[in-house]
Design a protein. Structure first.
Length: 95
């Protein structure tokens, strides 16, 4: 699933930076968690396509790109979406 997410985000959102963390292990035994795992993810995405978009609009872009996986496999998705300038400022400030 991580490879699918990476491929879709990199291609369709032209991501300059992408970090994917599979957090499924922390949800084992929960009613919504699949026994197969790979259902809970955290993403950090930096994309020029986020320029001029609100945070909600950025999340909507990610949801649209991953719509099939969200309908079939992914139960939870934590998204941190940044423009190039925001990402640069975060890294300069030691965040």
């Amino acid at each position: 699933m991580k490879h699918y997410i990476a491929k879709e985000i990199m291609e369709k959102l032209q991501a300059l930076y992408l970090k994917i963390k599979d957090e499924s292990d922390g949800h084992k035994g929960h009613a919504e968690a699949s026994n197969q795992g790979h259902t809970h993810f955290s993403l950090t995405v930096v994309s020029p396509m986020f320029e001029g978009l609100s945070l909600i609009q950025r999340h909507q872009c990610v949801y649209k790109v991953l719509q099939h996986a969200l309908e079939q496999t992914i139960h939870a998705l934590n998204i941190m979406a940044y423009t190039s300038k925001e990402w640069q400022n975060l890294n300069q400030n030691g965040q």
